[in-house]
Write a protein that binds this ligand. Structure first.
Ligand SMILES: [Zn+2]
Ligand SMILES: [Zn+2]
Length: 79
């Protein structure tokens, strides 16, 4: 499992500088052929939170090629 947190800048809601963190979690369960890429943006100042998770076994949701890129800030979780 990979866990990666970076500070990505200013909060769009409260305007606090360097308060928003971008967290990337990557899970793999080879025995179930399951891969999860989960992204979270959270402001340490006002607490607003946005999350997106891509599951390889979710038939309802597409698992995009770029699921290892943050849907909010676009950074590459594998970099
Ligand atoms: Zn905020
Ligand atoms: Zn991000």
């Amino acid at each position: 499992m990979l866990r990666d947190i970076q500070t990505v800048g200013e909060c769009a809601k409260c305007g606090a500088e360097a308060a928003v963190t971008c967290r990337y979690n990557h899970f793999e369960r080879p025995e179930e052929e399951l891969v999860i890429d989960a992204w979270e943006h959270k402001c340490a100042n006002c607490g607003i939170r946005e999350t997106t998770a891509y599951r390889s076994d979710d038939p309802e949701e597409e698992h995009p090629e770029d699921s290892r890129k943050c849907p909010y800030c676009g950074r590459d979780g594998t970099a």
